[in-house]
Write a protein that binds this ligand. Structure first.
Ligand code: CP
Length: 320
């Protein structure tokens, strides 16, 4: 495996889920695989789960992880091509990437969407430079449009907790005071479309996900109707993807607190499990009562981030 960006990169999902089960049961069984190997984890943005779970996964495989916070631990990096570098950016990605990859065998990159230039974000301009100039396997640790380690962990969690062969999974938009990227819902939609589940997306008008990710999922604008009979409720905020109106890309179109997932929403489900990738704003995205209920999976879901990262790193090590 040379890149981990999209669901197609992991191959057959049943095989990947079986491998995840083995990795979870015996996390140290591949300790020799990563011996004398180094993974670099580069963060342009903040993280709790991704940086810790990625380091833990690397350590389980016997690898040496190096974490770099760009702009805090390093020079600020220029990501645009052809610019006169007379601002606060001291170094260009074009030099920084091959330097960083000369020190490692695998590189992971967190680089959020800027939410101002849709084309720049949806072309994954920063992530693609790591492929082009790095020459080493690249993992998206949440880039402009995808968060595959999260989506894989979500699928592992659904597989562990499903009570039906083909559960109903509902991705619901929820309000948030800051404009957030679409990477988590994009990836979640992409992975759910590939999985054997009944998948429904619900959001206010204007929040339509890019068709490349939404695929053929059913979109239901009535949140309560969407949630009826759900087995898993996956809440997430995202800003306007700019599909129907590109000028609104990255904007907040609604702060309707009626979309906050609370007991009334969960009451119409089939005793659904609640999921969120975290970090979550309580009583904006989800009520205290729902996130604190025994049916909340937010902690096991976060714990499975180690498993998903370890399967991906294992596959990359095996293909070096
Ligand atoms: N879910 C997730 O990616 O969390 P962090 O932003 O804390 O890494």
């Amino acid at each position: 495996m040379k890149t981990f960006f999209n669901v197609g990169d992991i191959g057959d999902l049943d095989t990947a889920l079986e491998e995840a089960k083995q990795v979870k049961a015996t996390p140290y069984a591949w300790k020799k695989l990563g011996e004398n190997r180094t993974i670099m984890l580069v963060f342009f943005n903040s993280s709790l789960r991704t940086r810790l779970s990625s380091q833990k996964a690397a350590l389980n495989l016997g690898m040496n992880p190096i974490v770099l916070n760009i702009g805090q631990d390093s020079w600020k990096l220029e990501t645009q091509m052809g610019v006169v570098m007379d601002g606060d950016k001291s170094e260009h990605l074009k030099e920084a990437i091959p330097v960083m990859t000369s020190y490692c065998d695998i590189i992971g990159v967190r680089s959020f969407a800027g939410l101002s230039d849709r084309e720049y974000d949806y072309n994954e301009t920063v992530l693609k430079q790591f492929v082009e100039y790095g020459g080493k396997p690249v993992i998206s640790l949440e880039s402009a449009t995808v968060h595959p380690c999260q989506a894989f962990a979500d699928l592992i969690t659904i597989e562990e907790y499903r009570r039906k062969r083909r559960p109903k999974v509902v991705l619901t938009w929820a309000p948030h005071p800051k404009a957030l990227p679409q990477a988590v819902p994009d990836s979640f939609a992409q992975w759910m479309n590939a999985a054997d589940v009944e998948f429904v997306i619900t959001h206010p008008h204007g929040y339509e996900l890019d068709p490349a990710f939404a695929g053929s999922a059913r979109v239901e604008y009535d949140q309560m109707k969407a949630l009826e009979g759900a087995d898993f409720v996956y809440a997430k905020n995202w800003s306007c993807p700019g599909v129907t109106n590109p000028s609104q890309y990255g904007k907040i179109l609604s702060m309707d607190m009626g979309w906050t997932v609370d007991d009334a929403h969960m009451a119409v489900t089939d005793n659904a499990y609640f999921m969120h990738c975290l970090p979550v704003r309580r009583n904006m995205i989800v009520s205290d009562s729902v996130i604190d209920a025994p049916t909340s999976l937010v902690i096991p879901e976060a714990a499975n981030r180690v498993v998903s990262a370890q399967v991906v790193m294992k596959r990359m090590l095996e293909s070096l």
